[in-house]
Design a protein around this ligand. Structure first.
Ligand code: ADP
Length: 211
């Protein structure tokens, strides 16, 4: 809840001006999926390719954020919700400054992801369901986390001892058991190109990032 005596300082540069400079709409590419579904692999390659093509891009990745911004949070439902709320607000800040902000978090609860969708102007929250059956993720297990979850060394592990709520209407679904990482990145780049085109055709309409 925002206290009544807290005001909003309006800047002198609009989101539209920032987007004209970056050459594309500011948005969030929100990757969600089970551990080892492929979020970080896709996110880092997507960031590299967007950077190389001159886009303004940044990446917020699950483990990295938990080292700093959210180092005080655990994995209870309340803490996971607060984790996503903070990440959503930070991602929105980047997007409002004209960047494509990629996020790679399990983000297992639908209501948490929907809250981030709600704080973003229309179309600028691009939810990407990085989907592979849990058996496939567990067989990959690059960090050995599933093994630890099965032996109860890690509690509240998504898919094993905590729920994962799949997106009902994601902008994109990538089946990483069927597609290679490169193809997944291509699909997102295609989506972003179409989104940028649609945005341009609409006259690069000002967004309501409150600037
Ligand atoms: P997450 O960030 O979701 O926990 P990671 O990206 O760390 O997952 O690990 C996913 C593993 O799955 C990596 O070892 C990666 O090489 C492999 N993998 C296989 N196919 C794909 C795919 N299509 N997209 C992404 N990763 C894939």
């Amino acid at each position: 809840m925002t206290p009544e005596h807290i005001y909003w300082t309006k800047g002198k540069i609009t989101s539209e001006q920032r987007e004209l400079r970056s050459g594309h709409p500011g948005c969030i590419v929100w990757l969600t999926g089970l551990s080892a579904s492929g979020k970080s692999t896709i996110a880092t390659e997507l960031e590299r390719q967007l950077f190389n093509q001159g886009s303004q891009v940044c990446l917020l990745d699950g483990d990295n954020i938990r080292h700093g911004l959210c180092s005080d949070l655990g994995f209870s439902q309340t803490d996971r919700t607060e984790n996503i709320r903070r990440i959503g607000e930070v991602a929105k800040l980047f997007a409002s400054h004209g960047a494509i902000c990629i996020t790679a978090f399990i983000s297992p609860y639908r209501t948490d992801r929907d809250l981030v969708r709600k704080i973003m102007p229309g179309g600028r929250f691009i939810e990407v369901f990085v989907n592979a059956p849990i058996e496939v993720c567990e067989a990959r297990d690059p960090k050995g986390l599933y093994a630890k979850a099965r032996s109860n060394e890690i509690k509240n592990f998504t898919g094993v001892s905590a729920p994962y709520e799949a997106p009902a209407h994601p902008e994109l679904e990538l089946r990483t058991d069927l597609l290679g990482p490169d193809e997944c990145v291509v699909r997102i780049l295609e989506y972003l190109a179409a989104f940028a085109e649609k945005s341009r055709a609409g006259g690069g309409r000002p967004t309501d990032f409150r600037d």
